[in-house]
Design a protein around this ligand. Sequence first.
Ligand code: XUL
Length: 525
Amino acid sequence: MGDLFLGFDSSTQSLTATMIDFSERKVIYQNSIGFDEAFKAKYGVTNGVLPNKNPLIVHAPPLMWAEALDKMFATMKAHGIDFSRIKAISGSGQQHGSVYLNEKFHSYLEKMKDSDSIVANAENIFTRKTSPIWMDTSTEKECEEIRRSLGGMQTTVEITGSDAFARFTGPQIRKFFKEERVAYEETAIIHLVSSFLSSILAGVSSPIDRGDGAGMNLMDIKSGKWSKKAFEATAENLSSKMPDVKPCDTIVGDINPYFAKKYGFISDTKCVIWSGDNPNSLIGVGLIREGQAAFSLGTSDVYYAYMKDPKFSDKGEGHVFGAPTGDYMTLLVYLNGSLSREKVRNAYGLSWDEFSNILAKTEPGNGERIMLPYFSPEITPVITKPKVMRYGFGEKDVEANVRGIIEAQMLSSRLHSEWMGVETNTIYATGGASKNREILHVMSNVHNARVYTFAVSNSASLGAALRAAEAYYKQSRPLSWESVIDGFVHIDMKNVIQPDAKAVKVYDAMLSQYAEKEKAFLASN
Ligand code: XUL
């Protein structure tokens, strides 16, 4: 029996816990609590978020995230978990979401130590009752103001690692500052989802980690410190409201006595700073070297990679975040992921098997037919007025549409990741659609890379548990990241997909055609 470490993932729709036995190199417990199932009646959420008349506004109740943490511990206790063996805990938060608190947050955390409820004394701690999250797109105006004040898109990217994006925290803070000035002035602390939950767990207001801090348009990406210029571009007096930003291996403190007493933790169980879900996933899928990328095919598709030194897109595409290794990671988010694949499948009444069969029997390159797959608004590239474009075929041609959407998604990920300047030879495919091997063949051929799949899911909470272990051991005997992840990342070696040289050639030639079509569409849209 070895040391145990616990990792959480507080995502949009659920809280997941992953517990590992570090010396046995095993995940020994996994569980998820869906927010709707557990809290719909109390908090009124649907898919984890609050309904709003304005589709651009997407908020969630922050106290629900804290309550879920308590509920998870209670569930684990009921499952017979021995909390006294857990040495350290960390977690992931959905990135960009923000929590606005007044001075009473400190006394709330203090009082919690002797309380038996996580919600007691919490009703008056928030200056913004609900938290804007990453799905909120209501801050385009504030993005433009921040961008302009920082000297344009390119300098915004070079200072903060990303252009100003609607879902990023800085633009959300600016909107609050402009629209609710009194409440903004009453705000003493602005936390991310990650640092808010890190605070609850440790019983003290937590710093923000450098990995997640990079998703705010407020941090200087190269120094890993807050950017004075970005603060000034965002809101008055912001520096007094922001927690410190700290490296990803920071130990925030010992566990909040509230949890120690209620669940039987030893009092010096370490709370390691929480990070964003994407930096944690980087570790959870084992991306610790250049040339490796991961493609998560889910509701939105996310393409991300480890990066040694920061490089920036001159078109403002994608993001550079801090990696838990102390280096960097890059990320592209596509809103037209699974939902768009499903739209095509449903339009022709196909099963997923039939969809795959069409991919298997049709030729790479789709007979020079190209689709631009903007079924809904898109982030990469930014499309606000969605439209599906079909070049050389019509809506009725089932086969061309099926191959068209998958090739478009893969060509777009290659095109828009070129600025990362990394020759990708390995892609780890995760997410629901990674079960579809025909989709992975297209991925492999478009990127000319080997594609691997995984036996383990929940990469963000696993990554958080591994980060907890790394930070814990660093106190006495630092471990290399190779040895931290060794044995935890289970790649399915029997089912590796190798690129096919002929198809690779077809896609090499098709890339510039795709880029031209996209450019023309963007110019006219
Ligand atoms: C990343 C992003 C999402 C959220 C989802 O920039 O917006 O991946 O982190 O949890």
